[in-house]
Design a protein around this ligand. Structure first.
Ligand SMILES: NC(=O)c1ccc[n+]([C@@H]2O[C@H](COP(=O)([O-])OP(=O)(O)OC[C@H]3O[C@@H](n4cnc5c(N)ncnc54)[C@H](O)[C@@H]3O)[C@@H](O)[C@H]2O)c1
Length: 309
């Protein structure tokens, strides 16, 4: 049986690290694509030359030609620009929408049965662009953000309580941004909600640190943004799909009435397997949680409306 094929578009920090994680786990052959000539080929060759030492047989191909991506099982979209000084949020939105639209159109044409995982920011709005550009059903268009946000929350919980990250579980809902909704009563250590283990002010502090997790890394790096944890988030989703694990992971998906929201991509827990998003894992929210979720969904709606103008 041939190995699965994963195309990663954008050979920058997130894309190249994602390619490395997938290949080095032997999970799939990886096709790394970028608009810059030589960049995906160079990084692809470098990654391939690590294979004898790391000991895996996955093939890594770098290319600027979408024909080389044909027949991919999964397409990961990380191509985009970072916000430059003087560039407004809306400028970035429009520029990245153009990039995501063009790469998804080309990649979807060569891999019509693939599952798309969008990473480019602003995440939820870029998922709308990818859905439209691909013409794929909602089950096959997913955004990666919740896995990263909940990994950050788990890291902070483990650090605060002096326990292994393995025994933590975290639940984060909503759009990817500072209005995300970390759900502490469903965030646990060995099954015990953190609201029973920590005073309310500490819980709030961990929630706030999670919501600002991306900005905290950017402030330290000065140039560029996080990529080790984001690529680990993509890897977890790719693995859940290729191994049909039915993992329950928070992903951005197009809601159709779930959580009281329709026709918007927002982060919610879903069952991820060979079919992509196999079902939304709906839970009851308190009125405060629902209000926070609605606020977060409202921010996504505003961005999508800017795109439509
Ligand atoms: N969803 C999340 O949780 C999350 C986390 C981290 C980063 N991100 C986002 O992921 C994106 C990538 O981040 P990064 O750190 O890897 O950036 P990066 O600048 O290192 O890489 C982006 C790559 O995209 C390429 N690119 C640009 N236009 C292209 C096109 N038309 N076709 C093909 N390739 C093209 C660039 O040449 C570059 O190599 C950004 O939008 C970032 O905000 C999202």
């Amino acid at each position: 049986m041939p190995r699965s094929r994963v195309t990663v578009i954008g050979a920058g920090n997130v894309g190249a690290t994602t390619a490395q994680r997938i290949a080095e786990a032997g999970l799939a052959d990886v096709i790394l694509v970028d608009i810059v000539e030589g960049l995906p080929q160079g990084k692809g060759l470098d990654l391939a030359e690590a294979a004898p030492v790391v000991d895996h047989d996955a093939r890594i191909t770098g290319t600027n030609d979408y024909a080389d991506t044909a027949g991919s099982d999964i397409i990961v979209v990380t191509s985009g620009l970072a916000r430059q000084p003087g560039m407004s949020r809306d400028d970035l939105l429009t520029k990245n929408a153009g990039i995501v639209r063009s790469v998804v159109e080309q990649a979807a044409k060569h891999s019509p049965d693939a599952i798309l995982i969008v990473v480019t920011n602003p995440l939820d709005a870029m998922c709308h662009v990818a859905l439209e550009a691909s013409g794929f059903p909602r089950e096959r268009v997913l955004g990666m953000a919740g896995v990263l946000d909940s990994a950050r929350f788990r890291t902070f919980i483990a650090e605060e309580l002096g326990v292994s990250v393995a025994d933590t579980h975290a639940f984060v809902l909503g759009g990817h941004g500072d209005t995300m909704v970390p759900l502490s009563r469903y965030s646990t250590v060995a099954g015990v909600p953190i609201t029973e283990l920590l005073p309310a002010d500490r819980v709030r502090a961990l929630e706030e640190r999670t919501a600002n997790g991306g900005a905290e890394v950017v402030a330290l790096l000065k140039t560029g943004s996080a990529f080790y944890a984001p690529s680990a988030g993509v890897f977890e989703m790719v693995e859940a799909i290729l191994l049909d694990r039915k993992r329950v992971l928070p992903c951005a998906v197009l809601l159709k009435g779930e959580f009281g929201t329709s026709d918007l991509f927002v982060g919610v827990p879903v069952v991820l397997g060979a079919g992509g998003m196999e079902r939304v894992f709906e839970i009851e929210l308190t009125s405060d949680e629902q209000a926070a979720f609605d606020r977060s969904a409202g921010v996504v709606k505003d961005l999508v409306e800017v795109l439509g103008r």
